[in-house]
Design a protein around this ligand. Structure first.
Ligand code: AMP
Ligand code: FE
Ligand code: FE
Ligand code: ZN
Length: 274
């Protein structure tokens, strides 16, 4: 099926998605998506697995990552495309982030316990299934143990930004993340800027090597998309997009739901291959 659509923002069970990377190519085929990018939070473990599975299909897999950074008490995500996922320094960096996420999740569970919520850390690890641990796993674990009424309620009551059990992740700046991606030969792109409202940081990020802005995203209403497309053109940088797929029951979009046109991926490939 030739649809002309791509999806450049997908999570797998290697981070907080619920689908194995091996399943992504066949889901893409079903959805009529020709190019996908695996962009797990702080890990590149799913990239090769998805690429291998894609060999049996016509689907192209772009190696990617979504790095979490801290900007004025807020999480700002930086996507990296066409990274060299075999790069030693990158692999070591990801291992460090993973360890930091583990410690943070443990501390968040301790906070919940202090609040009288009887969640066991083992349940969170079980939900994470060996992937980079994040708040979605804690939310699922709380729901599974019947300590909240829903996944969303876990965020609303305890682990959202203003929640009593929320803890920030390790402190790296957006510019440091841009540098990590550049060092691994990748293209740094600011993820879903419409969800953070930190546009003031964009000029300095562009000066430091930011090469694109995510425009198509389930949390971006049409005027927001227009605004960021315009901004990307003003800076002469790329614009990208995707569904931010996390699998069943984890919110955001399904694979292909953003109808990102093929030329968006072509422009990205041209930038990567010079
Ligand atoms: P973390 O990187 O561990 O802080 O987790 C962030 C992830 O949690 C995001 O990528 C979303 O998938 C999810 N998330 C954050 N806030 C909410 C919310 N209010 N409701 C549902 N999911 C959320
Ligand atoms: Fe996520
Ligand atoms: Fe994100
Ligand atoms: Zn994402």
């Amino acid at each position: 099926m030739v649809t002309g659509y791509v999806d450049l923002h997908l999570h797998t069970c290697c981070s907080d998605g619920s689908v194995a990377p091996e399943v992504i190519p066949s889901l893409a085929v079903e959805a009529g998506v020709e190019v996908v990018a695996i962009t797990d939070h702080d890990t590149i473990d799913g990239v090769e697995r998805a690429m291998h599975a894609a060999e049996k299909t016509e689907v192209e897999v772009i190696p990617g990552v979504e790095l979490s950074t801290q900007a004025a008490d807020m999480d700002l995500h930086i996507l990296g495309y066409y990274i060299d996922w075999r790069n030693r320094a990158l692999i070591e960096q990801m291992a460090f982030f993973r360890e930091q996420r583990l410690q943070r999740a443990r501390a968040m569970v301790e906070r919940l316990n202090e609040l009288g919520i009887d969640l066991r850390f083992e349940t969170v690890l079980d939900v994470a299934g060996g992937g980079a641990v994040g708040r979605p796993h804690i939310a699922d674990a709380l729901f599974r143990e019947e300590l909240t009424l829903s996944y969303e309620q876990a965020f609303a009551l305890y682990i959202g930004y203003d929640g009593p059990a929320y803890l920030p992740k390790y402190d790296i700046s957006p510019i440091e993340a841009v540098q990590i991606i550049l060092n691994a030969g990748g293209i740094p792109v600011l993820a879903h800027p419409g969800t953070t409202g930190r546009d003031g940081l964009i000029p300095e990020m562009v000066r430091n090597g930011l090469m694109g802005i995510e425009v198509y995203h389930p949390m971006h209403a049409p005027p927001i998309r227009e605004y960021y497309t315009h901004l990307a053109r003003t800076y002469g940088i790329l614009y990208t997009g995707g569904s931010d797929f996390h699998g069943e029951g984890r919110g955001k979009g399904w694979i292909g739901s953003e109808h990102v046109p093929r030329y968006v991926a072509r422009a990205l490939a041209r930038r990567a291959h010079g």
